[in-house]
Design a binder for this molecule. Structure first.
Ligand SMILES: [Zn+2]
Length: 344
């Protein structure tokens, strides 16, 4: 069956100017890499549609929606990193709305998994503010849609961007129906994502942060999946898996200091497909976050798409990670999570 994608030249129209790293050319690099991928026949491009105000109001305060809407037709900035061009609001609405429709397509079985190749990214946007290149929190809006409109009760959000997804954590901190798992470099922008942040009230244990110092790569991240994410996910039994797919954790990225390779992203995706097969077949949907080395971004996105399509397996890398000595960063996150989950 087809893997759904959201991809359209309009997502380049969020114009951040000549000196920004989060630029429309990133999507051109992805298109270019996909055009050279032999397996691309498996992709099915879905139609676009803007998010409705009531969909975004599930995760954002009305004041935030007004502020972003007020940027239409002008060039301005909402915080030092987050700029808007005349069409940014329109493009951001299309990113969030099309991701929601892609999730619906995966939920109904129209497509088998999916990847929204959209911008602006979303995981830093909190309920009240745009920050870190993000206007609306696309993944959070999609998760809220699945909970509120589709009646799902357990959504797993995996965030492997090099930065902590403070916005997603913030929005779902008291929400026990969303399990947020983030690997990220620390210290690094935005400074959140400590191991001790575990969620609030009935959602304690539903936020799992795995900060790691720079230099960590495929083996450390796969070990985090093997020892922590997979055992927790098997207890949580997700009905849907959303991925905040940031590729600034790639070894060639100019902003991040992590060392993940394209094969590592494929391997992490492969591990998520194991969970999906057990609990929610066909229901992994990724949404593009960071990733600023354009060649590496293109290769990595294709690696994830190939893994979602079942065309690429990284069994050797996964086996090697399982045999590697436990690393202390995973140990620390396990120590915090074991109050809420049975861990090996
Ligand atoms: Zn990032």
């Amino acid at each position: 069956m087809a893997v759904g994608v959201v991809s359209d030249p309009i997502f380049r129209e969020h114009d951040t100017g000549p000196y920004h790293c989060e630029v429309g050319d990133r999507l051109e690099a992805i298109d270019e890499a996909i055009s050279h991928w032999e397996g691309r026949g498996v992709l099915e491009t879905l139609p676009l549609r803007p998010a409705r105000e009531e969909e975004l109001a599930t995760v954002h305060h009305t004041s935030h929606l007004r502020r972003v809407a007020g940027t239409a037709g002008r060039s301005t900035s909402l915080d030092p990193d987050t700029v808007c061009s005349p069409r940014s609001c329109e493009v951001a609405l299309l990113a969030a709305g099309s991701l929601i429709d892609l999730c619906d397509a995966a939920l109904s079985g129209e497509v088998d998994h999916g990847f929204a190749l959209v911008r602006p990214p979303g995981h830093h946007a909190t309920s009240t503010r745009a920050m870190g290149f993000c206007l609306f929190n696309n993944v959070a809006a999609a998760a809220a849609h699945l909970l509120l409109k589709r009646g799902l009760e357990r959504i797993l959000v995996v965030d492997w961007d090099v930065h902590h997804g403070n916005g997603t954590e913030d929005i779902f901190y008291p929400e026990s129906r969303v399990l947020y798992f983030s690997t990220h470099q620390s210290p690094l922008y935005p400074g959140t994502g400590q191991v001790s942040a575990v969620g609030q009230g009935s959602a304690k244990g539903r936020t799992i942060n795995l900060p790691m110092p720079p230099g960590r790569g495929d083996l450390e991240h796969l070990q985090a999946f093997e020892r922590l994410l997979l055992p927790v996910a098997r207890q949580f039994r997700p009905q849907f898996i959303l991925v905040s797919a940031g590729f600034d954790s790639h070894r060639e990225d100019p902003l991040g200091g992590m060392m993940i390779s394209a094969a590592g992203f494929a391997a992490m995706t492969q591990r998520l497909t194991e969970i999906s097969q057990e609990f929610c077949p066909g229901r992994i949907v990724a949404s593009l976050e960071g990733g600023y080395n354009q060649a590496a971004l293109g290769r990595s996105v294709v690696a994830v798409l190939a893994a979602l399509a079942g065309q690429r397996r990284e069994d050797e890398l996964i086996a090697k990670a399982a045999e590697t000595d436990p690393n202390t960063w995973v140990d620390r996150a396990m120590e915090a999570a074991k109050h809420y989950w049975k861990l090996p």
